[in-house]
Design a protein around this ligand. Structure first.
Ligand SMILES: Cc1cc2nc3c(=O)[nH]c(=O)nc-3n(C[C@H](O)[C@H](O)[C@H](O)COP(=O)(O)O)c2cc1C
Length: 336
């Protein structure tokens, strides 16, 4: 049995040494450079891009490559691709590895449940074809020198739980890490993640196993590491509106307790996020995209509903700041 403080540790992914084991999961629509670099500033050890179409890289689409732009603070960064073709995945991996500043690793998405993606045979459709997972990982490995990782789900549905087989195929193909989101495709993001699957995979798999699913607080993270024995974990919804969760987890593991960010700290994180987003995308786009983030930063705060109603009307950075400062002016100052 590990001491809690030993649950936070470095992890080796192929030839890559990452100093810690608390990662930011790929999050379509959220994990852009602004959010990722904010998470890194709160002690996240490795970030992933959102899932990107391998075809975009094959066609040489500048827009897709731009999504791999990273902040100098992001020392450890993974690019996640989705595809159902070993040929396209290999070409995408080669193009990504040839970037002037390549990512630290490339991940294959085997979990996306969205019909538009599944229809093409990619994402969670790959769970129904472990042999293809093997072919894709092998082709990616052969086309680039970067470590290749995979992110899978427990299975297609409750009647076809096959994470051991899918992970085994990825491992044989040369994957350096497998992350298990312990839900089936049929569950989407609902129901409970079955952490027992993560524990079982960890016991049987020869490469590092990361866990994902229902890690919404520092306490959840400590519990997942302790109960499953996994090598590390990825925060997803738990980090949205709370990039502080990485630091909370470190505190939980080191001290056995962690403070919740105050309303003031949450809103300051939101404004810091806004600044990073403006730097990356310009004010107009950043202000549109920050609405969903501010909805998350203000969730659960006293007077949060009124605050959100005002924030959705913000069109400029000045509107956001004025609304936030007005809100903070109306809540009590923290005690000494
Ligand atoms: C809005 C959203 C976007 C997501 N995008 C991706 C993605 O691009 N690639 C991926 O592998 N998983 C994606 N996921 C799944 C998460 O990475 C994670 O595995 C899942 O949310 C379970 O963790 P949680 O219960 O702690 O949120 C996404 C999840 C959410 C909620």
């Amino acid at each position: 049995m590990c001491r809690e403080s030993e649950l936070y540790h470095p992890v080796t992914i192929g030839g890559l040494e990452v100093p810690g084991n608390l990662f930011l999961a790929p999050l379509a629509g959220y994990s852009d450079v602004a959010f990722r670099s904010l998470c890194v500033s709160y002690s996240c050890d490795l970030t992933y891009s959102e899932m990107l179409s391998a075809e975009g890289f094959v066609r040489g689409s500048g827009g897709t490559f731009n999504l791999l732009a990273r902040d100098p603070r992001e020392r450890f960064f993974g690019a996640q691709i989705f595809s159902s073709s070993p040929y396209s995945a290999a070409r995408a991996a080669a193009a990504i590895a040839a970037l002037p500043v390549p990512p630290s690793l490339i991940d294959l998405n085997c979990g996306c449940p969205v019909p538009k993606v599944v229809k093409t045979g990619a994402g969670s459709a790959l769970l129904r074809n472990p042999r293809l997972v093997y072919d894709m990982v092998k082709a990616m490995k052969e086309s680039c020198a970067l470590p290749v990782t995979v992110k899978i789900r427990s299975g297609w549905d409750a009647a076809s739980i096959n994470y051991l087989e899918t992970a085994g195929a990825a491992c044989q193909g040369g994957a350096a890490l497998v992350c298990l989101h312990a839900r089936t495709r049929a569950q989407g993001y609902g129901g409970r993640a079955e952490w027992g699957h993560i524990r079982n995979l960890k016991e049987k798999c020869g490469i590092p196993v990361f866990g994902s699913g229902d890690v919404l607080s520092g306490e959840d993270a400590a519990r997942m590491l302790r109960e499953t024995g996994c090598d590390g974990l990825m925060f997803a919804r738990g980090a949205i509106g709370n990039p502080f969760i990485f630091r909370q987890t470190r505190d939980c593991l080191a001290l056995g307790r962690a403070a919740e960010p105050s309303a003031r700290e949450r809103m300051r994180m939101g404004l810091e996020h806004l600044d990073l987003c403006i730097r990356a995308k310009g004010e107009a786009l950043a202000c549109r995209e920050m609405r969903k983030h501010f909805a998350a930063y203000s969730k659960g705060l006293p007077g949060g509903a009124r605050l959100r109603a005002a924030l959705v009307r913000a069109c400029t950075a000045a509107d956001y700041r004025e609304t936030v400062e007005g809100y903070l002016g109306g809540i009590p100052e923290p005690g000494p």
